[in-house]
Design a protein around this ligand. Structure first.
Ligand code: 13P
Length: 255
């Protein structure tokens, strides 16, 4: 992971439906990302498509997985281990996405996955985010516990590969107009850095990149990156259209 370049992550979720479309989207995204020197593009296809792109990453365009199991060589049907994805050339793994947490993934399981990913020498993109903003601002406490519990067992020395993605659930899957405002993103990034300072120390808080995700599109990329106090973006639906995503990447590169 480059600590100098902005990280722009394409989370394809369960898209596209066919491997033919996935190949086209990957090729176009890779071509766009390869021309940019201030951005690292990270493409996260579904597991089924990941193997199509094995070792096709470059210094500018990396391969990511959307989740992983928390152990190697375990007798667990249907799961994929850290060593299997690493062998495909994956260098980033999204862990604890809210859509997985909604399926029952607990902080405890997320914490094991973070440890397993970092142990394998890959970067873990740990997702945290509140479901809603309550009037009493209890979401601050919720985020504090979510982060603390999701990092349980992660030693200070292994944190070099950690990335935090702040994705408020209420802002996911909408349009740029309904995304969080850059000003509020900035507030949350300061809050997360304060949490990391309390959990570890100020140098860790400084070193761990913070991303924002939730209705990032070409129209709000510049303001989020310039005013949000963040290191990069986690992009869902706008990463499924190569032309749109190219505009996101180019905007980020131009800042
Ligand atoms: P959208 O960009 O579609 O809101 O998705 C955000 C997300 O969940 C990325 O991980």
């Amino acid at each position: 992971m480059s600590k100098k370049k902005k990280l722009i992550v394409a989370n394809w979720k369960m898209n596209p439906a066919s491997s033919a479309e996935a190949r086209v989207l990957f090729a176009k995204t890779k071509r766009a990302g390869s021309t940019l020197d201030k951005v690292e593009t990270i493409i996260c296809p579904s597991f089924a498509h990941l193997a199509l792109f094995a070792h096709m990453g470059t210094t500018r365009v990396s391969l990511g997985a959307q989740t992983v199991f928390w152990a190697n060589s375990a007798r667990v049907t249907g799961e994929v281990s850290p060593e299997i994805v690493k062998d495909l050339g994956v260098s980033y793994v999204i862990v604890g996405h809210s859509e997985r947490r909604a399926l029952g993934e607990s902080d405890e399981v997320v914490a094991k996955k973070v440890c397993a990913v970092l142990k394998e020498g890959m970067s873990a993109i740990l997702c945290i985010g509140e479901k809603e903003r309550d009037a009493d601002a209890k979401y601050f406490e919720l985020l504090k516990n979510q982060l603390k519990n999701s990092l349980a067992g992660t030693a200070r020395k292994s944190l070099l590969g950690l990335i935090i993605a702040y994705e408020p659930l209420w802002a996911i899957g909408k349009s740029a107009r309904e995304a969080m405002s850059p000003r509020d993103v900035r507030e949350m990034s300061i809050f997360i850095k304060k949490l990391l300072t309390d959990l570890y120390d100020p140098s860790i808080a400084e070193a761990v990149p913070i991303l924002y995700g939730g209705s990032v599109e070409e129209g709000n990329t510049a303001s989020l990156l310039a005013e949000g106090g963040i290191f990069g973006l986690l992009v869902g639906h706008a990463s499924l259209d190569a032309e749109r995503f190219t505009r996101v990447l180019k905007t980020a590169n131009a800042l």
